[in-house]
Ligand binder design. Structure first.
Ligand SMILES: Cc1ncc(COP(=O)(O)O)c(C=O)c1O
Length: 336
């Protein structure tokens, strides 16, 4: 690859695109420079613009909501369901107004949204699936990444498969795929600059990393599921974990737990760190962030999960004994 001199957007990127699209059963994969870029381009192709409104779950890393704002449109935040931590079909349908141009549906932490119900509830409204965390997860009726007009993946290092930075749009629509390819590459089509657009291309080095890991994806997901099942067994009855909808399967990209009321999250995290267990804040109630100052929305479940949630260590090389140590440390601290 280095000898070919083609370091950006070459044959390895194309191979990676085909491999990911085939895995998820979509006609096209369009590799880009990050998951956020994938969301930005998806919104652009769907012509989301000032005056429009886009539905977006309130519990997440802020990228989807920021992408809507960067398109000049308004974010209509939707609360999440209390056990699955994704927005339901009913909540999305009820939040819709006459200005709603599209809905972003997130498979949060790798947990599949209820795709069939959402599709039915939203009818012809274009859906952008934010499957940034969900490669290898499954809805009851198909792989995550297969919902809606465009699905967006991230390959950031915290994701199930990483290319360093990277992302991909997946779609079945030939016209959308062509527009996405044009928009990621300075607005070029057939040798002409047809739109003023930026550079969102993936490098060949990134694609090579992605292709190598793709071979191990099944193995990675199987081990993560084993560890998540062990965590569930060890924390049963004491600490809340995310529930997967019937028939669906999570890849457990992030293992979130909610600390019971009465325990200070920062204090618990600090004491865990002193005992050798690194944790992180699970997620954010995006409408409460500085970037959305002035938002009057009250979305109690997203706020609760954001305030009480921590992510526990989970990685494919983790041994069962290490998961046991993590849970013993956490249970011990909560009883002190
Ligand atoms: C749900 C969700 N969407 C989008 C992104 C953005 O992905 P990237 O970091 O590749 O831009 C993330 C990243 O954490 C995410 O969790």
């Amino acid at each position: 690859m280095l000898e070919s001199g083609q370091l950006v957007q070459g044959p390895l990127v194309e191979r990676f695109e085909h491999a990911v699209a085939a895995l998820v059963g979509r006609n096209h994969g369009v590799a880009v420079s990050s998951g956020t870029a994938a969301l930005q381009l998806a919104l652009k192709v769907l012509q989301v613009a000032p005056g429009d409104e886009v539905l977006c779950p309130a519990l997440s890393w802020p990228s989807p909501a920021h992408a809507v704002r960067m398109a000049g449109a308004k974010v209509r935040f939707v609360d999440v369901e209390e056990d699955e931590w994704n927005s339901t079909a009913e909540a999305l349908r009820d939040a819709r107004t006459s200005e709603t141009k599209a809905a972003i549906v997130i498979d949060q932490f790798g947990n599949p949204a209820r795709a069939a119900q959402i599709r039915e509830a939203l009818g012809a409204l274009p859906i952008i699936e934010d499957a940034a965390c969900a490669l290898g997860s499954r809805f009851a009726n198909g792989p995550c990444g297969s919902l809606g007009k465009i699905s967006c993946l991230s390959f950031h290092p915290r994701k199930i498969l990483t290319t360093g930075e990277g992302g991909m749009c997946l779609t079945d629509d030939d016209d959308i795929a062509e527009k996405l390819r044009m928009l990621r590459n300075h607005g070029q089509l057939g040798g002409q600059f047809v739109v003023a657009a930026g550079n969102f291309r993936m490098t060949e080095m990134a694609a090579a990393l992605g292709l190598a890991q793709l071979k191990r994806l099944d193995e990675i997901v199987v081990r993560r599921r084993e560890l998540a099942a062990l965590y569930r067994e060890l924390l049963e009855g004491e600490i809340t974990m995310q529930r997967t909808p019937e028939g669906g399967e999570s890849n457990y990209q992030t293992l979130g737990v909610l600390l019971p009321q009465g325990h200070d999250r920062n204090a618990v995290r600090e004491k865990m760190a002193e005992r050798g267990v690194e944790t992180s804040v699970l997620s954010f109630a995006i409408h409460k962030l500085g970037s959305f100052t002035g938002s009057q929305a009250s979305l109690p479940i997203a706020e609760h999960v954001a305030a009480r949630g921590i992510a526990l260590p989970l990685f494919p090389q983790m041994r069962n004994a290490e998961a046991e140590q993590v849970t013993a440390t956490l249970r011990g601290l909560l009883r002190e």
